[in-house]
Design a protein around this ligand. Sequence first.
Ligand code: ADP
Length: 471
Amino acid sequence: MLLKKMLKLKGTLAFRLTLWYTGIFSISSLAAFLAFFLLIRSVINEQRDDELLKDLKEFSIMLSTGGVNKIKQAVAWEAGSEGVENVFLRVFSADGEELAGTDMSAWEWVYEESRSLAQLKAGSATHVFETLNAPGQSHQVRVICGYIGNGLMLQFGESLEEDEDFLRIYKNVFTPLMMIVTLMAALTGWMMAKSALAGVEEITHTALEISKGAFDRRVTIKDRGLEIEQLATTFNFMLDRINTLFKEMKETNNNIAHDLRSPLARMRGAAEMALTTVTTMEEYQAIAAGMVEDCDRLMGMINTMLDIAEAESGIVDLKLSEVDIARVIKNACDLFMPVAENNSVKIMTDLADGCFINADPRMLQRMVGNLLDNALKYTPPQGTVTISAAVENGQVILRISDTGIGISEKDLPRIFDKFYRCDASRTLHGSGLGLSLVKAIVTTHGGQIVASSHSGGGSIFAVTLPRSSSG
Ligand code: ADP
């Protein structure tokens, strides 16, 4: 169980972020500590060399003021104050004879190891430094060898034990300190990663609740950083869209069920009547004709829904060609003229030249046909339907206006919804799918459709389509 939890934790983003943070922080701290250590060491070494040089100069002054005897006294005094095991001093004549020196019993090895005297004599420098490793001991010895006047040379060696002790303490403090820093970095990293990912966790939690049926749940927008805020906003926006689509689908399903039920009930009633009460051939024929009509209406509705779905999904196979919209309008007017005459409605046209668009002619005919059909349907006798086509700002604009019943402001935003029918038109036949199909066709052709109206004062439908480049 614990192992399972650990393995799960290993795969989390919070764990990986913590690991990265701890790693980077520890490496940076290590580098900083190391740099500081090297800096301290070099400062200590520099100071030590300065002091040795200063001592050499003091001996040189002593020689000039008090002669070799004063030097011998100073050597003895230095050995007494520092301790013969910590320092050694030797004074040499120009030909290398040792004139004075401290007790060298603890420094025997220096005779073997030291090269500074030979280097000084061989070179032209006034002094040379050397670092010796005391055999069998962990510390080193720093030696200066230089001229102090009258051709005399002084060799002065000092144990570095004290300095090394200080650096050792630094190292000893550094190791546990580094461990504490790493632990704190891991803790801080974990807390930071957890707080940064809290928003993501909430979104996951919300998604889980939604998957269980709480469709109204949303992520609370809090100040958790811009990225998380944007993610939460986008997530909520996506949920709203899905909710709207879901409601629309539900509404469409209800409408389909409702619209299918009435003709089906009618057909069933008619069939029942044919079975029970009808006796003559004429009556059978009348019932059959009514059923065929209902079937046609149902099939028409289903076909229109399929066409809309196809156009809306964008998978429709458009057979594009250059179409003169004026010609399409003229054909539609010819087709609808008997209906117009029957309703005593006048059709007027105002068609400009050069209204060419790249379109699927069959779809364009359906679009114009539906708009003209509506205009005639919703315009009472003695009214007028005017169709115009013109080129404006490089686009083809088609307007169908009528003097009909108009569309109320409340209905205008919904007339393109599937199955939507305004109350004012419920007495007239229709399915509420015509304008949905028109909109889907216009959108597929890269155009726009806008409806405007004043209730009781007629309606205007304006379709804007991109003009064909060769038109
Ligand atoms: P329908 O089959 O009902 O005509 P449509 O989708 O073509 O369905 O139109 C949707 C609704 O928009 C219609 O029911 C009607 O209320 C309204 N409408 C459409 N065109 C007009 C118009 N020219 N004048 C008034 N109302 C209209």
